[in-house]
Design a protein around this ligand. Structure first.
Ligand code: AMP
Length: 145
């Protein structure tokens, strides 16, 4: 998939927004949804997506939706850092397959980084559902949810 093309309303994140596919939800408002990554690059890997913008990449999204996405991304980054105490945190966003994008609904990655664990870009395995549930409960408490 290149940078350019039509938005596919059947992509997995669109299905999650419509409630047709499950997710480990951490945050939702009228414009933004955040949930745990199923194939995490680290403990706490979180995705933040716009709900209203049918945008594949940063080139497609309107500035207002992007601002709302970033506001929530910053808030969740703070919550993840406060709760998990990583030594670093990556906030990343990929556009087009050659840049590493695999799901073509724009999303922000928040990846807590822990000293000595390396910088995996693609996780090799699916997360343990029980671990995701525990982490979700912990972070929801932190977020006051
Ligand atoms: P990207 O490579 O930037 O397009 O990132 C897509 C991310 O979505 C990857 O980190 C995947 O592990 C993650 N992912 C794919 N399907 C799901 C899903 N159903 N629920 C949560 N995360 C997912």
């Amino acid at each position: 998939m290149s940078l350019h093309g039509d938005y596919d309303p059947q992509n997995i994140f669109a299905q999650i927004i419509r409630g047709e596919a499950p997710c480990y939800k951490l945050y939702e408002d009228d414009d933004v949804l955040a949930f745990l990554d199923l194939f995490p690059q680290s403990h706490g890997h979180t995705l933040v997506i716009p709900k209203r913008a049918a945008a594949r990449t940063i080139l497609d999204i309107d500035a207002d939706s992007l601002c709302k996405l970033m506001r929530v991304t910053q808030r969740l980054t703070q919550a993840l850092v406060d709760e998990l105490q990583p030594e670093g945190v990556q906030v990343a966003q990929f556009n087009g397959a050659p840049a590493g994008q695999t799901v073509f609904h724009i999303h922000m990655h928040i990846v807590p980084r822990f000293a000595g664990q390396g910088l995996a870009v693609h996780a090799s395995s699916k997360a343990d559902p029980l671990e995701l549930e525990k982490l979700q409960a912990r972070l929801l408490q932190r977020l006051g949810g």
